[in-house]
Design a protein around this ligand. Structure first.
Ligand code: GLY
Length: 373
């Protein structure tokens, strides 16, 4: 299932994961030092004359020069667009100047946007590329672990609205993804640990071997430039690839990527986004698994294993929020369908199913899984 291949052309010995969605096929390159190969990789995948690098005020000063130099060495004229970092800026008021900037730099339909940064940058630059001239190519260069293992792959792009996160967007696949694990060196230990919530989720979702490996050796204890670290990233990309290849537009199996998210999003929103996304997903995953194990839907012992792995990565395994607060946020989730919610239930480590649960059943799950029992 989760196949990857070695890049014979790359001296840095990158791993390539091939993605084949109905709308586009592309490569995800994972390895250390790949920022310097960005020009070659973007040219091979996207062509064009102009590359507009989009980044934020945290990541741009660290890496934009290096990426632009690589793009220019590959024959591109480059432009650079930067916005103020932070989820609070993932809004239309930031998107509009990006679109104007692409026009000012005179990008044509054959040119390319290069999204350099974490999830916010990837989402916004991806959406700008989807809208500009009704769609030009985008290369994703994720610099956070969360963006490498999740948001840069699969084509979800969005901005937030007053009513909630990611409520206006498009499915728009990149032409190439370049994940340079060396960028993780500048990530704070807290942010690296936070991202591990999605990594653990992938293990529970589809890969008992990955989960075992995280049990034996937490990712947070590894050097990011250890080749084994890049292998874990590539494996996560391959898990996500298998899901989005099968269901690009979240009509079916892609919903399983929301494992831990029904309660996780509620915990994240109720904290006013003070708790990181991966930490919230970890807490949501532990809460839902405790409840579904109690209900007999999950193999006994699963919750304890997930709790141990989350704790070993410094992630929360519970929440002290009031049950009615969690329920209120959980039932406002955009993935609610009338009076039911599609809840992703871990059946065991490595397998999940989607169950339609009524709001009263969701209340039971919150009562059984969240806080002290
Ligand atoms: N992050 C979930 C998805 O891409 O579908």
């Amino acid at each position: 299932m989760t196949q990857t291949r070695h890049d014979e052309m790359s001296p840095g010995a990158a791993t390539i994961v091939d993605v084949h969605t109905p709308s586009r096929a592309y490569e995800v390159h994972v390895g250390a030092g790949l920022l310097d190969d960005a020009g070659t990789l973007v040219r091979r995948a996207a062509g064009g004359e102009v590359a507009a690098v989009v980044s934020d005020s945290n990541v741009g000063p660290l890496y934009a020069q290096r990426v632009r130099a690589s793009l220019e060495a590959a024959g591109y004229r480059t432009a650079y667009l930067e916005f103020d970092a932070g989820e609070q800026n993932k809004r239309f008021f930031t998107l509009v100047p990006l679109l104007e900037g692409l026009a000012e730099a005179e990008l044509s339909r054959s040119d390319v946007v290069v999204a350099l940064g974490g999830g916010v940058t990837g989402d916004m630059a991806g959406l700008a590329a989807a809208l500009y001239l009704r769609g030009i190519q985008v290369a994703q260069i994720p610099t956070s672990l969360l963006a490498m293992v999740d948001s840069s792959v699969g084509g979800k792009t969005a901005v937030d609205l007053e009513a909630g996160k990611n409520l206006a967007g498009a499915f728009f696949q990149p032409s190439v993804v370049i994940a340079d694990v060396g960028c993780l060196r500048t990530l704070s230990p807290e942010l690296l640990a936070d991202s591990c919530g999605e990594v653990i989720k992938h293990g529970v979702l589809a890969d008992p071997e990955l989960f075992d490996a995280l049990e034996r050796r937490p990712l947070t204890s590894m050097d990011v430039e250890d080749p084994a670290f890049a292998q874990v990233v590539a494996r996560n990309v391959a898990i996500k690839r298998d899901v989005v290849n099968a269901d690009e537009r979240e009509q079916g199996v892609r919903q399983t990527l929301n494992l831990g998210h029904t309660l996780g999003h509620a915990i994240e929103a109720a904290s006013d986004y003070a708790l990181g996304h991966g930490s919230s997903v970890a807490a949501g995953l532990c809460c839902v698994t405790r409840a579904t194990e109690h209900l007999g839907w999950t193999e006994p012992g699963t919750a304890a294993r997930i709790e141990r792995v989350c704790a070993a990565h410094g992630l929360p395994t519970n929440t002290d929020l009031a049950h009615d607060t969690i329920l209120r946020y959980a039932t406002h989730d955009k993935k609610r369908h009338g009076q039911t919610v599609n809840l992703v239930v871990p059946s065991a480590i490595g397998s999940v199913c989607v169950r339609k649960v009524g709001l009263d059943e969701l209340a039971t799950i919150v009562r059984l899984g969240c806080g002290a029992r």
